[in-house]
Design a protein around this ligand. Structure first.
Ligand SMILES: Cc1cc2nc3c(=O)[nH]c(=O)nc-3n(C[C@H](O)[C@H](O)[C@H](O)COP(=O)(O)OP(=O)(O)OC[C@H]3O[C@@H](n4cnc5c(N)ncnc54)[C@H](O)[C@@H]3O)c2cc1C
Length: 377
């Protein structure tokens, strides 16, 4: 039984790690275009990749809302690093809950101790928003499932080798034929592509991989056709909630830095914050942030209680990502040229906010989801 004290202790450790370990190193990782894998031992010690994992599997067994709060704290420093940590944790959690116990036992401990990294791979070079159009094939053979195809835009693939992946078992059958598999990147037939060079946020190690005659054993099929499509989307309300929280984290940190700067920097003989035109900008950002946080809390509360959060999670992500897209450039502007310096997170956060518009449902797909729920009610 976890208590609020357990959650607070975990969040305080997360805060300390974000401030003392992450913040000083992230600018260099971005410059070097890589995931900061050297801190994953500390990540493991604090438990950042095993927040929700049941205690019996070595997890902290905390409620989903604790992971949401952790996401906001980490993303205040770096969106990409947070995505990397969360995706690895999601794989451990999925395996413990959905894989055959023997299969899960082979991987979960290595993942949560920072020895192996995880990805969840739906997207392909030719299929993003339309998940049912994936063309990676899984063909039944004597020794298991032969898998051929390619995945693209997958978080962590620069280093991950425990991958929950979806493939089509029956060409032309769309969502119905999709099955979920565990892919071990250390096996024959797995070919890692170089990580993508992007506009920024290389700390999430986005890239792709190919499977060429890869054999997944029978017990490595995580969900059979008919169940996998739904299972893949089952966790999306949670993902939308933590992405919304991460957007709040980036804006909250930008607001904190700008507020502090406004008291120290003078123009026309007074601190910047004395100028009405300057401080109103921060008042707008703070008000939007407060509203988005309320939506995040509502979605997380519903998910903790096992209730339907489809509408509020989609709305929270829609509005929080829009807020980050709009407010981050304005808060950066409030810093003058100083905000361009690498030691501040503004530049990285601008790209983080852009990426947040695509991961776990693009803005357009969210609007589709929201209108579908509204038309039903
Ligand atoms: C940094 C990053 C990390 C990612 N990590 C992962 C990961 O770990 N695993 C994974 O599987 N995927 C991942 N993705 C992929 C992400 O899920 C896709 O980018 C997303 O699903 C959109 O697909 P797409 O980029 O191919 O856009 P497309 O599907 O090609 O769409 C292009 C544009 O058209 C819009 N559009 C498409 N269809 C419609 C429609 N019917 N109506 C209106 N507008 C439409 C889209 O919203 C988008 O703006 C990641 C992406 C990024 C950027």
């Amino acid at each position: 039984m976890t208590t609020e004290t357990d959650i607070q202790t975990f969040l305080q450790r997360t805060e300390r790690f974000a401030r003392e370990v992450l913040a000083p190193q992230v600018p260099a990782w971005e410059r070097e275009r890589r995931i900061g894998r050297e801190v994953f031992e500390q990540v493991a010690d604090i438990g950042l990749t095993r927040v929700e994992l049941p205690v019996a599997w070595g997890g902290l067994g905390l409620p989903f809302s604790a992971k949401v709060r952790m996401s906001e704290i980490l993303a205040a420093v770096d969106f990409g690093f947070t995505m990397s940590v969360i995706n690895t944790g999601n794989v451990a959690n999925k395996l413990a809950r959905e894989a055959a116990p023997d299969v899960a036992r082979r991987y979960v401990a290595d993942i949560i101790h920072g020895r192996r990294f995880g990805s969840v791979a739906l997207t392909e070079p030719g299929a993003g928003s339309d998940f049912s159009a994936i063309t990676t094939t899984a063909t039944r053979g004597a020794d298991g499932w032969r898998i051929d195809g390619a995945k693209a835009w997958i978080t962590n693939t620069a280093i991950s080798d425990v991958i929950v992946m979806y493939a089509q078992t029956e060409a032309g059958s769309g969502a119905r034929g999709i099955a979920g598999f565990l892919i071990d990147g250390q096996r024959k037939g797995f070919i890692r592509e170089p990580a993508f060079a992007m506009a920024g946020q290389h700390t999430l190690g986005t890239g792709g991989f190919r499977l060429d005659g890869y054999i997944a054993r029978d017990d490595e099929m995580l969900q059979p056709p008919g169940k996998a499509f739904k299972a893949a989307l089952a966790s999306i309300n949670g993902a939308r909630t933590y992405i919304a929280a991460m957007s709040c984290g980036m804006v909250g940190e930008a607001l904190r830095i700008a507020s502090d700067y406004g008291e120290r920097r003078h123009s026309f003989g007074v601190p910047l914050a004395e100028h009405q035109g300057w401080r109103w900008r921060l008042a707008e950002a703070g008000s939007e942030l407060a509203a988005c946080r309320m939506m995040v809390n509502q979605a997380a509360g519903l998910l903790d209680a096992g209730q339907d959060a489809m509408l509020i999670a989609a709305q929270a992500k829609l509005l929080a990502t829009r807020m980050a897209d709009r407010q981050l450039p304005l808060l950066m502007q409030a810093m003058g040229a100083e905000g361009l310096r690498e030691e501040y997170p503004f530049g990285r956060h601008l790209i983080g906010a852009r990426l947040a518009n695509f991961v776990d449902g693009s803005t357009e797909m969210l609007l589709e989801r929201i209108s579908a729920v509204m038309r039903r009610s």
